[in-house]
Design a binder for this molecule. Structure first.
Ligand SMILES: Cc1ncc(COP(=O)(O)O)c(C=O)c1O
Length: 389
């Protein structure tokens, strides 16, 4: 007699027990259910320059469809190296110091996996992008959270200095900043350089919004300061720069010895990134105008949005960079941020993201994040609804 047992799926002990459905997914589905204008999601609702997909299509038609080199298509790496040198004055070697990644998200995880050993500490400045902490935890590292100054969101170097320990392996910064829309000044970057100079601490500079800095201010890349460039992985994203977030193509620049370790992890994780996309981007990068025009393009949207917000009871904070706008809603409601954003989505028909979602402890400041990377009509419709608050 044979004993039959039902097939059984073994229980898996979670590597990331804290991680659940993100607020972005929650708010986007709520926005859809309620027919709300979705200013929560951080990506454009307008098309990219048609020249860019035409270049990708041409590359496919030319038969550029097989695996590219593991580190990225050589012409794309060369164009990225030229662009960084022209804008920030630091020459990376395209062969050994630039790698093309599957978006900035993969670049960040790969940097963390390459650098962080079990028990190492990594300093993150809160509020911060949601992938940093789970990435550090996956590597077995310890997340050391240092708050940006509430209200202004400027880095507090006394706090960062106090958080440095012999176990600190990496500091992660993000400028222009999601979600606060601040951008680090040259003086702040120099202060960071001075703080890290006596240490062996590495820097991960998340610069995905590098081409979105406004009011004629420069983007101060970590690559522009020799002290920082020597210890930094600088990450950027073509998705953000060229309005193609779904393409998931990004870049990392780092000194050759650091990049060699990065590539060991990249090789056995992603290996290569879509060939025709890389060729299309390489051809498109021959003309600097599209990314040089980006600050003007987004500053106009920021100002259009700000003019409209002036006629609402929401109080905007200053947006120096990125395509986000924080608003203080304390004149409208005393609900906690997550409840306010749900109410705003359901009742006012505009989806926003609570700032508290970017803090591990859900720190509350009565602030919500709105995204102005939207068609003018989308922004106008949202503003019309916000005026009724
Ligand atoms: C600060 C920050 N870093 C990284 C990313 C991810 O970029 P990518 O889409 O290229 O993976 C985002 C996207 O929202 C971001 O806001």
């Amino acid at each position: 007699m044979s004993i039959t047992t039902l097939p059984r799926t073994p229980t898996l002990q979670s590597r990331l027990p804290q991680v659940g459905t993100t607020i972005f997914t929650v708010m986007s589905s709520l926005a859809q259910e309620s027919g709300a204008v979705n200013l929560g999601q951080g990506y454009p609702d307008f098309p990219c320059d048609p020249v860019l997909p035409a270049f990708v299509t041409a590359a496919m038609a030319e038969g550029l469809n097989q695996y590219p080199p593991m580190t990225g298509v050589p012409l794309l790496r060369e164009r990225v190296a030229q662009k960084i040198e022209r804008l920030y004055g630091h020459r990376y070697d395209a062969g050994s110091e630039i790698t093309i990644t599957a978006g900035a998200t993969q670049a960040i995880l790969t940097v963390v996996l390459a650098c962080v050993h079990a028990g190492d500490e990594v300093i993150v400045l809160e509020p911060c992008y949601d992938s940093y902490a789970p990435n550090i935890e996956l590597a077995g590292g310890r997340v050391v959270r240092v708050p940006l100054t509430p209200g202004t969101f400027r880095p507090d170097f006394a706090l960062i200095g106090a958080a440095l320990s012999p176990r600190t392996r990496l500091v992660i910064i993000n400028s222009p900043h999601n979600p606060s829309a601040t951008a680090w000044t040259a003086a702040e970057m120099e202060q960071l350089a001075a703080l890290l100079a006596p240490t062996d601490v590495l820097l991960l500079a998340d610069e995905v919004y590098e081409h979105m800095v406004y009011d004629d201010a420069p983007h101060v890349s970590a690559s522009s300061l020799p002290e920082l460039a020597a210890r930094s992985f600088v990450v950027s994203s073509f998705g953000k720069t060229f309005h193609v977030t779904g393409w998931k193509v990004g870049t990392v620049a780092a000194p050759a010895s650091l990049m060699a370790e990065f590539r060991k992890v990249h090789q056995f994780n992603v290996f290569t990134v879509s060939t025709p996309m890389q060729h299309g981007l390489a051809r498109y990068l021959a003309d600097p105008q599209p990314y040089m025009d980006l600050p003007t393009f987004y500053q106009r949207k920021r100002d259009l949005f700000l003019d409209g917000l002036a006629q609402t009871r929401l109080k905007p904070l200053h947006t120096q960079g990125s395509y986000f706008q924080l608003v203080d809603y304390s004149a409208v409601s005393d609900l906690p941020e997550a409840d306010f954003c749900q109410w705003l989505t359901r009742e006012a028909g505009v989806a926003a993201i609570p700032l508290s979602a970017f803090y591990a402890d859900g720190f509350e400041q009565k602030l919500a994040r709105l995204c102005f990377a939207k068609a003018d009509e989308t922004l106008q419709m949202a503003l019309q609804r916000l005026r009724a608050l």
